[in-house]
Ligand binder design. Sequence first.
Ligand code: GLU
Length: 313
Amino acid sequence: MTRPLTKAELRVILEEVAAEIRPRVGEGAVAAYIPELAKVDPSKFGMAVTTLDGAVVAVGDADEPFSIQSVSKVFTLTLALGRVGDALWRRVGREPSGSPFNSIVQLEAEKGVPRNPLINAGAIVVADVLLAGREPKAALGEIVGFLRFLADEPDIVIDRDVARSETATGERNRALAHFMKAFGNLGHDVDKVLGVYFHQCAIAMSRRQLSRAGLFLADAGRDPTTGRAVVTAERARRVAALMMTCGHYDGSGDFAYRVGLPGKSGVGGGILCVAPGRGAIAVWSPCLNEKGNSLAGSLALEALARRTGWSVF
Ligand code: GLU
């Protein structure tokens, strides 16, 4: 491993990356199928890196909140593995889907068992796991509480307008959930499970908070600033492996090829990326490419990985 970059070196790199990528910001399209997300300013762009010592280096406003959407799936997966361990894999696979994030086609052939926990169908099963023995409000309390704990900030909240907007327009997710319920792969009422899923996607976080929350994945499951274990090293490695293989839907192979870091995108335009032994990176730029991943965000991470040499390969 090469020596860690100094904060000053990392700042220069982030500024160079921002200058390189800024002309591309606004290419692509915001996620219009969730009306509330369609209102977001398409010219937004910025990134924050939290390094293992807890320091934050950022370009753009690192404190501006955005809708984390499917980035939440990394954290609900971590919680579900904590609850049921390997039993989760009886209900969800661990293979890339090669299909869009909201696809239903594989579910019929594979008898209601989603390919992986990072596509919508898989995350809905994970939400069902987190509901066991409690009401949606308590399950959401656990998810938000986990993020507050990881980010070490008490003011992370669910954006009620985004949650309402998703609930009003989420017919496709309802179809996925009912389909899986028909195969016996959801234990709870579809409305309750989707209540958890829609609200977890509507959590708003800043780049600073998100990069801080992902830091345990960069340090073998520990919070490097306190030394406390969040999960075992083995579990952190496995969550990161799923991010690498499945975190960008049917664009996961291309992201691994270009960036070479475990990452998870959301249709709000955020991406959380893990650089093992270095830090965690949160990028936000709302316009998406044709696979539903942040266009400028993916390019920025590619440029960052090139300049830092942080690829895991
Ligand atoms: N809430 C979004 C949906 O279910 C999440 C998709 C994503 O971020 O990729 O459609």
